[in-house]
Design a protein around this ligand. Structure first.
Ligand code: AKG
Length: 481
C-alpha cells in the first residue's frame, strides 16, 4: 500500500464511533444495512488498485434519500467524518477512507425513476451501475452519453461526482452538459432538490455544477437526470496503426474535418500499452499482427445511414493511407470484432494492474505536446520502470502510466514533481477526468490559482462547515485538514 496516508494526519476534531452511534444507525437502517463485518469492510476500505487503504469500522447502506439525509444529519451533529462511496472504481484514492471515516455506500439506491422517450431524459438513483443504464437505454433505443472501461461496476452517482469523461466525450461532451439536474444531500442533512429535467433554465446560479466533479466533498449525490441521445443504426470502428505520434495527431485533425458529425471516439495507445495488453489479458490478440507498430488509433463513427457513413469512413481511411498517416488498419466486420477492438483499449488499465505496481497520471495537455511527456519520462526513468502512454486523443487527455515490479520511492522521486511541473509549464491540468482525491489534493495549485482555491475553500466551508464530507481529499491539507 502507498505510504500516502502517512503524510496526512487524522483531523482530531472528528469523533470516533461509539456503541450509541451503531445503535442509532441500526435503528435507522436496520441491522443488515449497518455493516461491521471485517471481510466486507476490507473490500470497501480498499481502492480498485489496492493502493489506498483506510481503516473504517463502519459501512452504511442507505436505501433512500431520506436515509442518506438522516445519516448525514447525525454524523454532522456528532462530527463523524464520512466517505461517500459508489462503485469504488476511482483511481485517485477518492472513494475510500483515509482513516476511520464512516463509509456511506449508495449502491442500494439503484432504481431507474423515469425515462422520457420523447426527450431522451433519464432520471435515476445514484447507485445505478453504468452498464445497467446502458442496457436499459439500449432497449429503449437510446444511448448513455458516457461510456468507460469500468462500466460493469462504476455507478452513476460516482461518475457524476467525479465528472467522469470516458470514451465518447469527444462526441457528446462532458457530464456538465449532459446532466440536466441532480438531487444532493448536504453535510447537515438538508436535501437540495435540483432534479430538473429541462434543457434550458437560466434562473440564477446553476448550483448542480458544484456537485459534478467535487468528489463528494460538498454533498452526496442521490439522484440524477441525464439527457441521452438516440441510438443510431450505423456503428463502425477502425483499428489503425501509425508510425509516429505526429501521424496520430494529423489523423485526429483529418478525422474531425472529414468525418465531422459521425465521429464518436478517437482513442490511442502506444506499443508499450499494446505489449502489456497482449501479455496480460486472456484471449486478446492484435488485429494488425504482421508487425508491431509504434502507435494504434481507434476511430469510431456513429451515424444514421450505413452506406453513407461507410463511404465517408472508407474515403477518409483511403486518403489517410495515401497521405502516409496510417501504416496499416482494419475495419471491424461485426459486433464481435468491434468489442474485441474496444477490449484492447479498455483493457489497458487492467493489464497494467496485472503487470505490478503502477503510477497513474491523468493529464489534459495540448495534443501536439502530449506525447513529449512520455518520451521525456522514458529518458528520466531509463530501466527503472516502463512508461506507457494512451488515452483520449480527441480530448487532449493523456493517461501516462508508469509500471514497475513494485512501488519504489526512487521511482516516485523521478516522476514527481517533474510530471506536475511539466503539466503546469504547458498550462495543462493535473486531473483531466479522474479527480484529485487523496492523491492530488496537495497538488491542486499546479492547475488552479490560489485565489480560485480560496473560493473553493469558502464554498466547502459554507456547505460543510465541520468538514465531515470526504475529508483530506480534493482541497489541499493546509486548507482542509
Ligand atoms: C481510461 O482507460 O480511459 C482511464 O480513464 C483509465 C486510465 C488509467 O488507468 O490510468
Amino acid at each position: 500500500f502507498s505510504s500516502v496516508s502517512t503524510l496526512v494526519q487524522r483531523n482530531p476534531s472528528f469523533s470516533t464511533l461509539n456503541s450509541d452511534d451503531i445503535s442509532y444507525f441500526k435503528g435507522l437502517l436496520g441491522e443488515k444495512n449497518v455493516i461491521q463485518d471485517e471481510d466486507r469492510l476490507e473490500t470497501v476500505n480498499t481502492d480498485w488498485m489496492h493502493k489506498y487503504k483506510g481503516s473504517s469500522k463502519l459501512l452504511l447502506q442507505p436505501r433512500s434519500t431520506e436515509e442518506v439525509s438522516q445519516i448525514l444529519r447525525y454524523c454532522n451533529s456528532r462530527c463523524l467524518a464520512v466517505v461517500p462511496q459508489a462503485g469504488n472504481t476511482g483511481l485517485v484514492g477518492g472513494s475510500v477512507p483515509v482513516f476511520d471515516e464512516v463509509i456511506v455506500n449508495v449502491g442500494s439506491m439503484n432504481n431507474i425513476i423515469s425515462f422520457d422517450k420523447v426527450s431522451g431524459i433519464l432520471v435515476c438513483e445514484a447507485g445505478c451501475i453504468l452498464e445497467n443504464l446502458i442496457s436499459f437505454l439500449d432497449n429503449q433505443g437510446f444511448v448513455m452519453p458516457l461510456d468507460l472501461g469500468a462500466k460493469g461496476s462504476c455507478q452513476i452517482g460516482g461518475n457524476v461526482s467525479t465528472n467522469a469523461g470516458g470514451l465518447r466525450l469527444v462526441r457528446y461532451g462532458s457530464l456538465h452538459g449532459n446532466v440536466l439536474g441532480l438531487e444532493a444531500v448536504l453535510a447537515n442533512g438538508d436535501v437540495l432538490d435540483m432534479l430538473g429535467t429541462l434543457r434550458k433554465d437560466n434562473t440564477g446560479y446553476d448550483l448542480k455544477h458544484l456537485f459534478i466533479g467535487s468528489e463528494g466533498s460538498l454533498g452526496i449525490v442521490t439522484k440524477v437526470s441525464i439527457l441521452t441521445p438516440p441510438k443510431l443504426s450505423s456503428v463502425n470502428l477502425a483499428f489503425l496503426a501509425c508510425k509516429d505520434y505526429s501521424s496520430c495527431q494529423k489523423l485526429l485533425v483529418e478525422a474531425k474535418r472529414k468525418l465531422g458529425e459521425i465521429l464518436s471516439a478517437i482513442e490511442f495507445l502506444d506499443d508499450q500499452a499494446m505489449v502489456l495488453v497482449l501479455h496480460h489479458l486472456d484471449g486478446v490478440r492484435n488485429p494488425l499482427p504482421t508487425s508491431m507498430h509504434n502507435f494504434y488509433v481507434l476511430i469510431e463513427t456513429i451515424g444514421s445511414d450505413d452506406s453513407f457513413d461507410r463511404e465517408k469512413l472508407e474515403a477518409f481511411l483511403l486518403s489517410s493511407m495515401e497521405g502516409g498517416l496510417i501504416s496499416d488498419g482494419v475495419l471491424a466486420q461485426d459486433i464481435n470484432q468491434l468489442s474485441s477492438f474496444w477490449r484492447i483499449r479498455e483493457g489497458v488499465p487492467e493489464a497494467l494492474m496485472k503487470a505490478g505496481a503502477v503510477y497513474k497520471y491523468d493529464l489534459s495537455l495540448p495534443v501536439e505536446k502530449m506525447y513529449n511527456l512520455v518520451n521525456d519520462m522514458r529518458v528520466r526513468l531509463g530501466n527503472l520502470a516502463k512508461v506507457v502512454g494512451y488515452g483520449h486523443l480527441g480530448d487532449g487527455n493523456l493517461h501516462l502510466n508508469i509500471s514497475a515490479p513494485q512501488y519504489d520511492d526512487a521511482i516516485l522521486e523521478q516522476i514527481e514533481p517533474y510530471v506536475y511541473e511539466w503539466t503546469y509549464k504547458h498550462r495543462g491540468s493535473i486531473s483531466a477526468e479522474h479527480g484529485l482525491g487523496l492523491m492530488k489534493a496537495n497538488k491542486i495549485y499546479y492547475s488552479k490559482t490560489p485565489e480560485t482555491v480560496q473560493i473553493m475553500a469558502s464554498i466547502k466551508t459554507l456547505l460543510d462547515p465541520n468538514g465531515i464530507l470526504n475529508p483530506y481529499k480534493v482541497l489541499p491539507h493546509s486548507i482542509n485538514p
